[in-house]
Design a protein around this ligand. Structure first.
Ligand code: MG
Length: 249
C-alpha cells in the first residue's frame, strides 16, 4: 500500500472533519466529571457530531458499538463506553473520529479528573509532549522513522514506555491508510515524508511495561501490568514547513 498524497481540496475536506473532532473533544473535556457513566459521553459525542453535520466514524467500524472510545487508567485504547462510572482521580482517554464529505479526522486526548496523583498528571503531560515531539519531526524531507524516534525518545527519556502493538496511521478517505506510524523506531528509516501526506500521530505511554492485553469484551486494550496509560492523537497535514494540525481548534 502506498502513501496517498492529498490535494489541497482533499485537505480542505479533512480540515472540516477534523474541526468537528476537535470541537466535540473540547465539549467532552468540559462535560466529563466524576460520577458520570461513560455512556453519557458517548451520547454527547454522537449528538454533537450530528449537530455539526458529521458522522461518527468509529460506530460500526469492525463492529465497534460507539462513537467515542473511553479508556480509563490502565486501559490504553478502544474502551467501549457503558455503565462504568468515572471517578475522581481517574485519567480518561477520549478518542474520536468523524467523517465529513467523505473525509476523516481522528484525535484523542487524556483528561485528568480532579485529585489525580502527581504520577498520573506527569504521565499525561509526558504523553502530550511526546505527541508534540512527533509533530515537530513531521517535516518534508524527514523520514517516518524520525517521527517514531522523536516520540520514543521523548517518552523514554522521561522514564515511560511506548505501546508497540498499536500505532499511528495515514488517514484520508479511510480512517486507517498507509503508512503505519509506530511510536518507536530509528531516525532516518522508512519512507520520506512529503507535502500532502495526512497522518494521525498517536503516542500511547505507559508508566510500566509496554506490553498490552486484550480485555474481556475483546475491544479494550489494557496494560499487561496494570500500570497507568495515557493517549493523545492529532490528525496532521504535511506542508512545506511546520505541519498543519488539522484537529487543533
Ligand atoms: Mg487513530
Amino acid at each position: 500500500m502506498s502513501i496517498i498524497i492529498k490535494s489541497e481540496r482533499e485537505i480542505a475536506a479533512m480540515r472540516k472533519a477534523s474541526r468537528v473532532v476537535a470541537t466535540v473533544l473540547e465539549i467532552l473535556k468540559t462535560k466529563v466529571r466524576p460520577d458520570m457513566k461513560t455512556r453519557e459521553l458517548d451520547v454527547i459525542a454522537t449528538e454533537e457530531m450530528t449537530r455539526l453535520g458529521a458522522k461518527p466514524s468509529f460506530k460500526g467500524y469492525r463492529g465497534f458499538p460507539a462513537s467515542v472510545c473511553v479508556s480509563i487508567n490502565d486501559e490504553i485504547v478502544h474502551g467501549i463506553p457503558g455503565e462504568r462510572v468515572v471517578k475522581d482521580g481517574d485519567i480518561v482517554s477520549l478518542d474520536l473520529g468523524a467523517v465529513f464529505d467523505g473525509f476523516q479526522g481522528d484525535a484523542a486526548i487524556t483528561v485528568v479528573l480532579g485529585n489525580a496523583s502527581q504520577q498520573a498528571k506527569e504521565l499525561v503531560a509526558a504523553t502530550r509532549g511526546a505527541l508534540d515531539a512527533g509533530i515537530d519531526a513531521a517535516r518534508p524531507g524527514n523520514k517516518l522513522g524520525d517521527i517514531s524516534a522523536a516520540i520514543q525518545h521523548h517518552a523514554e527519556s522521561l522514564g515511560y514506555s511506548v505501546v508497540r502493538e498499536y500505532t499511528g496511521h495515514g488517514i484520508g478517505r479511510n480512517m486507517h491508510e498507509a503508512p503505519q506510524i509506530p511510536n518507536f523506531g530509528f531516525p532516518g528509516e522508512g519512507p520520506v515524508i512529503k507535502k500532502g501526506m495526512t497522518l494521525a500521530l498517536e503516542p500511547m505511554l505507559n508508566i510500566g511495561d509496554w506490553r498490552t492485553r486484550l480485555g474481556a469484551d475483546k475491544w479494550v486494550v489494557l496494560t499487561s501490568d496494570g500500570s497507568l496509560s495515557a493517549h493523545f492523537e492529532h490528525t496532521i497535514a504535511i506542508t512545506d514547513g511546520v505541519p498543519e494540525v488539522l484537529t487543533a481548534l
